[in-house]
Ligand binder design. Structure first.
Ligand SMILES: [Zn+2]
Length: 240
């Protein structure tokens, strides 16, 4: 880490300045490399974050930029992917998109572990077609709906922490992307896996689940506990 910090000395402007000055499709490999080198900058208020940013942050409403494939195998980019994975593990999330840690680039990761599944009642797992997904990074993903059947099921997002809602999603999608090694991958995701992929893909388009949710099902996940302790409860924006 110390070595990385020594190597990565060039700073980038905040993402909102980047998005105004640099059109996503015209950003050169050179500029992208410079931007990447900043990611371990010492300024703790600047992206890339070690926490997950919350709705209201303009980065969550930005169309994410494509990643130049040439940069994927560089040490700096691999370190960035490692960081995304670390944050995702820390939050015990089943998916995380780069904009959620302040970086408006077209990258997301998904992983559903045995431990995730164990924490969910069997009836719910079966009803929603939940299955294990090995950790996988998707870079510059494109999505194609392969089954237009719409399922309306509860969803949460670490960027809208403390709330849930029923969200309509297509039952099956095909996602094509580059992997963390820069290889092309195509995956047909079904059921809950398809839901996770669509949720993360939406983050790269500047969308969050509240944009398409059934508004009447929008719930504070702690509403009952809040009554139980007469409002004396705190919502933390990092894991316990
Ligand atoms: Zn989310």
């Amino acid at each position: 880490m110390a070595t990385l910090r020594r190597i990565l000395t060039i700073s980038i402007p905040p993402y909102h300045v980047m998005s105004m000055k640099n059109n996503a499709r015209s950003m050169s490999f050179h500029k992208l490399k410079i931007a990447l080198r900043s990611f371990w900058r010492s300024d703790k208020d600047a992206p890339v974050y070690g926490h997950i940013c919350q709705v209201g942050d303009p980065v969550l409403r930005t169309q994410a930029m494509p990643v130049e494939p040439e940069i994927i195998c560089t040490k700096d980019f691999q370190a960035l992917l490692g960081h995304l994975k670390d944050v995702m593990k820390w939050y015990n999330a089943v998916g995380l998109a780069a904009p959620q840690i302040g970086l408006p680039w077209q990258i997301f990761a998904v992983e559903v572990t045995k431990s995730h599944l164990k924490s969910i009642p069997k009836e719910m797992r079966d009803a929603q077609g939940m299955e294990e997904i090995p950790f996988q990074v998707f870079i510059n993903p494109t999505l194609r709906v392969t089954d237009y059947t719409v399922l309306r099921l509860p969803e949460r997002c670490e960027s809208i922490r403390g709330y849930s809602a029923d969200v309509p999603r297509s039952k099956e999608v095909e996602v094509t992307a580059l992997t963390e090694k820069g290889k092309s991958i195509t995956w047909i995701a079904k059921g809950w896996s398809a839901r996770i992929v669509q949720h993360e893909y939406d983050h790269l388009q500047g969308r969050v689940f509240t944009d398409i949710m059934d508004p009447k099902t929008f719930n504070c996940t702690a509403w009952n506990a809040i009554n139980g302790c007469r409002g004396r409860i705190e919502l933390k924006y990092i894991p316990k």
